[in-house]
Ligand binder design. Sequence first.
Ligand SMILES: CC(=O)SCCNC(=O)CCNC(=O)[C@H](O)C(C)(C)COP(=O)(O)OP(=O)(O)OC[C@H]1O[C@@H](n2cnc3c(N)ncnc32)[C@H](O)[C@@H]1OP(=O)(O)O
Ligand SMILES: CC(C)C(=O)C(=O)O
Length: 508
Amino acid sequence: MAKQIKIFDTTLRDGEQSPGCSMNLQEKIQMAKQLELLKVDVIEAGFAIASPGDFTSVKEIAKHIKHCTVASLARALPKDIDAAWEAIKYAKSPRIHTFIATSPIHMKYKLQMEPEEVLENAVNIVKYAKKYCEDIEFSAEDATRSNPEFLAMLFDKVIKAGATVINIPDTVGYTTPDEYYHFIKTIREKSSQLDKVDISVHCHNDLGMAVANTLAAQKAGATQFECTVNGIGERAGNAALEEIVMAMHTRKDVLGLYCNIDTTQIVRTSKLLSTITGVQVQPNKAIVGTNAFAHESGIHQHGVLQERTTYEIMTPESIGLSQNKMVLGKHSGKHAFEDRLKILGYELSKEELSKAFEQFKELADKKKSIYDKDIEAIVTRNTIVYPEVYKLKRFVINSGNTITSTATVVLSNQDRVIEEVSIGDGPVDAAFKAVEKIAGIEITLEDYGLHSVTEGKDAQGEAILKLKHDEKIYTGRGLSTDVVEASIKAYISAVNKIIYEIEGINEV
Ligand SMILES: CC(=O)SCCNC(=O)CCNC(=O)[C@H](O)C(C)(C)COP(=O)(O)OP(=O)(O)OC[C@H]1O[C@@H](n2cnc3c(N)ncnc32)[C@H](O)[C@@H]1OP(=O)(O)O
Ligand SMILES: CC(C)C(=O)C(=O)O
């Protein structure tokens, strides 16, 4: 039988402790409402004593949220408990979350207390908080570097004093999955009370093991997972909610866990947090990174097009994404290219497809990302086929603001290779004059324009120009990531039309 795990979200408290992740009152309320839609069990809304702003946001969230428990953090100090209660008393289901450090390092250097004093403080503060609130969570800060016998004894006493949830945090992200499992199991064996309450785990990601540690803890009896959206939090962050939840969802077979989360709200929640804080998740972040459901390589794209499960262990829809993403780039193959053409409404013959694919690969070598407009540009360029009398082989430009521009252009015409050099008013003009010399016909440039067909630093530029010959106008188009090359190609394509008109198809 699958076991239920309660999800305790601390994005608004520990998450907000990330540098750069502060949120104002309205943003916190908006985020809390989204967490309610996501169906977390507990929202830790803040640390009420921390500042008047924190107090107000905890209070307002307590008033707005109807379906989740709302908690405030509090040190083991009566004034912290008073503030926490004043803020959360409006909640339908309020919780006071109090904590004190239990590791020798923290007790000696930070609190400057003997273990007996910490024990006494912990018991007294739970009794104090219990006067206000039924639901009391007690956390032993830096538990994983604490003595398990001491913790078992302390937990028994705070449970008898009224704690309803016991949290065993890995405050500094120090433990490993196996160690954490044995640590919690040992404490449970030594405690007579722990099985009467919820056991919570709260893992930090300093060694990148927060999610693995969280999941390992459930085998030792943990029933509540503390986590944050996008894994934000102090230092390297907390266990990421979306990773824990989707691991439970996808590997129900081995983990045997379930929770109340509506997984289809995951992407929306992640995006809302990034928008509010301005902190974007890395592209390869599990579940919510922009690449998490993207495929670029041909072999993977072919597999996914045949059967999605070849390379996808979850559906994009399950986290609220409308579809996966086929990224066309230099690693892509013909299957994905043809599929995208179909989506764009192009049905090409075998030959046309092969030619377009070749051009796509050439372009993909020069450009990081290929956009739909790039593909459309390739296909439309190929629809009207004029014979290529002249083809650009290479060119060299020498230009600057203090010298006259010079262009050396090399074209091929069937088996011949022809080279010309020309100066001009700028690099494009010099190159055009060199082509004109090679073509040996009289041409006037009537119009010339350049625009980018795609976005980004490596966007393709399209040159469109009009040449006049014998009172007739000929349009030329050229496409390249290099604007001079695009311009020369445009010029040559118009010249080829002129020659086609003058000499007829037989000459080609
Ligand atoms: C592991 C965690 O994430 S714990 C939560 C961490 N989050 C935060 O600290 C964010 C909010 N914090 C704050 O705004 C401030 O630190 C406050 C308002 C809580 C306290 O501010 P200050 O009174 O200026 O104290 P300061 O932060 O410098 O030092 C912490 C004090 O709390 C004491 N303290 C720390 N933890 C506890 C505890 N669990 N119970 C009792 N006292 C504690 C320290 O010993 C120190 O006491 P001292 O002032 O008598 O020396
Ligand atoms: C207060 C506790 C739960 C905490 O944030 C930690 O130990 O990291």
